[in-house]
Design a protein around this ligand. Structure first.
Ligand code: PMP
Length: 434
């Protein structure tokens, strides 16, 4: 009965590791997967995580009962505090509901399904009713974005559109847009204009949802400045666009948990609503434990409690209730000030090692006289560099140098080490001078 099933393609990101694993070369290098590696190229379990696990193991009162549908209460409270700030008025006013989900992906997925079911901005008038069916429940995602976003939101029941984000010419943010020429057949004429992030959000229909990477945009490594975030916030609020933040790298961009939450906190400070999906995969190295949270900031406590009751109805048939071990580790660390401090030190060390790899790669290309401006390697933020290498160059580097990365030229800086930088620089130099 399954004979008709056709083979699905490999996931474009995880498929890179599948290909890497098959390569017998001793010099192979995997820069595809977004997971931190030490200078020795090994996965890292943070010391503070090992300590927390030890505490949990030694506590004989701990049991393995099911958690409630919304997860571990302590974990949810502490996660909200981490992203919104310890003195967040929204938390004090009880207008935030936080539910534990399966890492960042699961949090985005639960958020999507909740929005598909309950996000109506219908003001009662007929025109709003029509607009609702035409446009609402549309989520605008940046172009480009993490490859899983369109799939998560489509399967979650939202319609997906894109907004401009990256400018390949500057390898930076396409904020105001750039000059372009297009032919408008209705006027039988050429039209000169600008398209950029602000233009696209300005022309998005009022009430649309907008996905924003809280920091360390994946795959480009390009973030708006605080001034640009403020302009985005003003525009979105004036148009009634609903922000849905994806916070998968808090602490990884700057090394500071607070600095990396600035964008989210700006939107919460204005009293408006938003959603935030948090992941502890990268910043606590809990990748496989699948620990994350979805927070929805509402107008008041009553709305927040009704929203939570509906989130339970989304979660119950999806995974019933979330796992207990991962969030227990997180809660143990977040509620103890010494362990929290230890975590921030280890987190900063990871962020600093990534930044030092950026400088080493940049210097190595400069030393080789590699044609082109490679300053984006040190300007971009977070785990990834969007190199600007095209798919042909990527294929060449994989074939000749056994270097694995996604076909859009994204490399994980976290997968590099002092030892492997020269090999990568040689490969890039060969690819661009071929
Ligand atoms: N959002 C972005 C932008 C990501 O890069 C990732 C991880 N690659 C995630 C969400 C979710 O990751 P996870 O489900 O492992 O927490």
């Amino acid at each position: 009965v399954f004979a008709h099933v056709v083979r699905a393609p490999e996931d474009p990101i995880l498929g890179v590791t599948v290909a890497y694993n098959k390569d017998p070369s001793p010099i192979k290098l995997n820069l595809g997967v977004g997971a931190y590696r030490t200078e020795e190229g090994k996965p890292l379990v943070l010391n503070v995580v090992r300590k927390a696990e030890q505490i949990l193991v030694n506590d004989s009162s701990r049991v393995k009962e099911y958690l409630p549908i919304v997860g571990l209460a302590d974990f949810n409270k502490l996660s909200a505090k981490l992203i919104f700030g310890a003195d967040s008025p929204a938390i004090q006013e009880n207008r935030v509901t936080t539910v534990q989900c399966l890492s960042g992906t699961g949090s985005l997925r639960v958020g999507a399904e909740f929005l598909a079911k309950h996000y109506h901005q219908v003001n009662g008038s007929f025109i709003f009713f029509i607009l609702f069916f035409l446009f609402l429940r549309t989520i605008y995602i940046p172009q480009p974005t993490w490859g899983n976003h369109p799939k998560i939101f489509t399967i979650g029941g939202l319609s997906v559109k894109t907004y401009s984000y990256y400018d390949p010419a500057t390898r930076g943010l396409n904020f105001q847009g750039s000059m372009y020429i297009c032919f408008l057949s209705c006027y039988d004429d050429f039209f000169f204009g600008v398209i950029g992030l602000l233009d696209d959000l300005s022309s998005a229909p009022s009430g649309a949802i907008v996905l924003l990477h809280a920091c360390a945009h994946n795959p480009t490594g390009v973030d708006p400045t605080l001034e640009q975030w403020e302009q985005i916030r003003k525009l979105m609020r004036s148009k009634g666009l609903l922000p849905f933040f994806d916070s998968a790298y808090q602490g990884f961009a700057s090394g500071s948990l607070d600095a990396d939450a600035q964008s989210v906190r700006m939107f919460v400070a204005d009293g408006g609503e938003c959603l935030v999906a948090q992941s502890y995969a990268k910043n606590m190295g809990l990748y496989g434990e699948r620990v994350g949270a979805l927070s929805i900031v509402c107008k008041n406590a009553d709305v927040a409690s009704r929203v939570e009751s509906q989130l339970k109805l989304v979660i119950r048939p999806m995974f019933s209730n979330p796992p207990i071990h991962g969030p227990s580790i997180v809660a143990t660390i977040l509620k103890d000030s010494n362990m929290y401090n230890e975590w921030t030190i280890e987190l900063k060390a990871m962020a600093d090692r990534i930044i030092s790899m950026r400088h080493k790669l940049f210097e190595a290309l400069r030393a080789r006289g590699t044609p082109g401006d490679w300053s984006h390697i040190i300007k971009q933020i977070g785990m990834f560099t969007f190199t600007g290498l095209n798919s042909e160059q990527v294929v060449f580097m994989t074939k000749e140098y056994h270097i694995y990365m996604t076909s859009d030229g994204r490399i994980s800086m976290a997968g590099l080490s002092t030892k492997t930088v020269p090999h990568l620089a040689d490969a890039i130099h060969a690819a661009v001078t071929r």
